[in-house]
Design a protein around this ligand. Structure first.
Ligand code: NAD
Ligand code: TYD
Length: 355
């Protein structure tokens, strides 16, 4: 079996669903269930005994050691993190605690567990650490995209804490020989995305008749990847990646924020027109820029394509259409997130399942 940490979050939940759709190898999902953890995203696995959920903190080395000893996984995939840049600006401490200190304790628990393994079980064990392109900092308009050799220049408390975690993971390979893999991915979008991030926020606010806040001039560029493509990249790196290596994952989809918002508005105009027949773009509102806002991210994903044969399956046009449709079809999920009702899901549905 494998361990997934942070598997009740946006990418982690998509990964668990994707993993169990692709094969029968069980998943132990360890998640602290912060505001971003939502077990309702995994409701379809409620009766599926291939999914074992344990509420816990990656920074709790005792608990992590216990779970490792109990389940003897062949791999740990670390998605758990504080992930929202704006929150890191308002309150960086949780980012240092989970992303830096938490990753350190997780590494210590894994190192102790791995040291006791023998033979092929030891050689085949993997820790796959999921990271972000934001560790590379910001690009000028005509700079080449980030390769794996780009120097780390994190600019927000979020990206600095992720950079620190990447360095710790790297050091455990170099120093102790722990078989690690690191992926640095661009901005994801898709189902189960918490509506504090740009794309789900725009969809949800548009449908609620609220304003669509664009930070600054809206010309900041991000490189967008459909979340299921990120999941397939992680599966590929886990299977075939070389330990100690890092792999950039991206969708070759650089777009300014304002273009993204206009695209989402025009899809909503088509799929769910406003009652007054006005376009959703009417609701766009330019607001004060984010502090230290990075101007441009762009991923050069040629290494993972060349060495591991991975490529994204979706274009931005196909992925964003699926995403908008998913939010239209899953307004109950959104309503429960907004009311906080998703937090009761644990008591209602999982009380007897928590390990
Ligand atoms: P998310 O915020 O939606 O989910 C994070 C999950 O981790 C939540 O379920 C939360 O409860 C859990 N968690 C937080 N602290 C924990 C702790 N101390 N112990 C155990 N669980 C904890 O984040 P996401 O968007 O799904 O991102 C997942 C990973 O991918 C993160 O490491 C993030 O840095 C990275 N990443 C995200 C993106 C993106 O666009 N969202 C892009 C590249 C990389
Ligand atoms: P976000 O989804 O927070 O991801 P990240 O900061 O990790 O890239 O933001 C994506 C882009 O959208 C980023 O440039 C900030 C911008 N943005 C807005 O313009 N308005 C918003 O309300 C939000 C949440 C983000």
């Amino acid at each position: 079996m494998i361990f997934v940490t942070g598997g009740a979050g946006f990418i982690g939940a998509n990964f668990v669903l994707d993993w169990l759709a692709e094969n029968d190898e069980p998943v132990v999902n360890i998640d602290k269930l912060t505001y971003a953890g939502n077990l309702e995203s995994l409701a379809s696995l409620q009766e599926d005994n291939r999914h074992i959920f344990a509420q816990g903190d990656i920074g709790d080395a005792g608990l992590m050691s216990e779970l490792l000893e109990k389940y003897q996984p062949r791999a740990v995939l670390n998605f758990a993190a504080e992930s929202h840049v704006d929150r890191s600006i308002h309150g960086p401490e949780a980012f240092v605690q989970t992303n830096v200190v938490g990753t350190f304790h997780l590494l210590e628990a894994i190192r102790a567990y791995w040291n006791k393994l023998e033979g092929t079980r030891k050689a085949d064990f993997r820790l796959l650490h999921v990271s972000t392109d934001e560790v590379y900092g910001s690009l000028a308009a005509d700079d080449p995209a980030f390769t794996e050799e780009h120097r780390y220049e994190p600019n927000s408390p979020y990206s600095a804490s992720k950079a620190a975690s990447d360095h710790l993971v790297r050091s455990y390979h170099h120093t102790y020989g722990l078989p690690v893999l690191t992926t640095n991915c661009s901005n994801n979008y898709g189902p189960f995305h918490f509506p504090e991030k740009l794309i789900p926020l725009i969809i949800v606010n548009a449908l609620a008749g609220k304003s669509l806040p664009i930070y600054g001039d809206g010309q900041q560029i991000r490189d967008w990847l459909y979340v299921k493509d990120h999941c397939s990249a992680i599966r590929r790196v886990l299977k075939a990646g070389t330990t100690g290596e890092t792999y950039n994952v991206g969708g070759w989809n650089e777009k300014p924020n304002l273009d993204i918002v206009h695209l989402v508005c025009s899809l909503l105009d088509e799929l769910c027109p406003r009652a007054d027949k006005q376009g959703y773009a009417e609701q766009i509102s330019f607001v004060t820029d984010r502090l230290g806002h990075d101007r441009r991210y762009a991923i050069d994903a040629r290494k993972i394509e060349r060495e591991l044969g991975w490529k994204p399956a979706e274009t931005f046009e196909t992925g964003i259409r699926k995403t908008v449709q998913w939010y239209l079809d899953n307004q109950g999920w959104v309503a429960n997130v907004q009311s906080g009702g998703y937090r009761d899901w644990v008591e209602k549905n999982y009380q007897d399942k928590i390990g």
